[in-house]
Each structure stands twice: as C-alpha cells, then as structure tokens.
Write a protein that binds this ligand. Structure first.
Ligand SMILES: [Zn+2]
Length: 109
C-alpha cells in the first residue's frame, strides 16, 4: 500500500512536469530511491505499469538509482554514510537523504 501512494504521487508529478513542457509523451523516468526509504522498486514498477495506462507516460521506461543513507553531525557538520564513519562529537545525527523517493529527471518527446 505504501508503494501504491508513492507511485500515484510520482506519476502525478511526472505528468504535471510533462504538461509544463508541452510534451506529448514521457519516454523515460529516473527515480532516486533512498536506501532507507522502505520502497521496493519492483513494487513501484508493478503499480506504475497499471497506473500509466492511458496517460502520457504510457510508454515511459522507469529507472531506479539507489542512494545510500546520508547523515550529518549537527555539531561539526561532518557528513557520513553510516554509523561506522561518524565523527567523535557524539551529538547524534540528522538525516540528509536516503529516506525518500525523488524524481531525478524525466525525458519527454
Ligand atoms: Zn561532529
């Protein structure tokens, strides 16, 4: 169900972008999926194949790029990809990316 609503809003954004560019059809969609987003690409693909029918994105190819979890120390600003390479401030960490699904780019015709 999680992927269903994600795919739905992703497709709406893609179609809105295509409309802004007066495109007839969308040929390719590149998505960045955060490692910790809790999204299964195959699941998104499955919903997308159903939802795209009859839209400008009907023939679009869906591509995924996985992005690792990136963290930042709120004290010194150091960035790291995992708990292993954290700085020594012991100030906790804020998540910069890796928890979301983002449209990297689309190609239109
Ligand atoms: Zn630090």
């Amino acid at each position: 169900m999680h992927e269903f609503s994600i795919t739905d809003s992703m497709l709406k954004q893609v179609l809105a972008l295509a409309e802004q560019h007066s495109a007839r059809k969308v040929t390719s969609i590149r998505l960045i999926v955060g490692q910790e987003a809790g999204v299964v690409p195959d699941c998104v693909r499955f919903y997308f194949d159903t939802m795209k029918q009859g839209t400008a994105a009907e023939e679009a190819v869906l591509e995924f790029r996985t992005e690792p979890l990136r963290l930042r120390c709120p004290k010194c600003g150091a960035e790291f990809e995992g708990i292993e390479d954290m700085c020594r401030c012991n100030a906790g960490a804020e998540i910069i990316s890796g928890r979301e699904i983002v449209i990297e780019s689309i190609e239109v015709d």
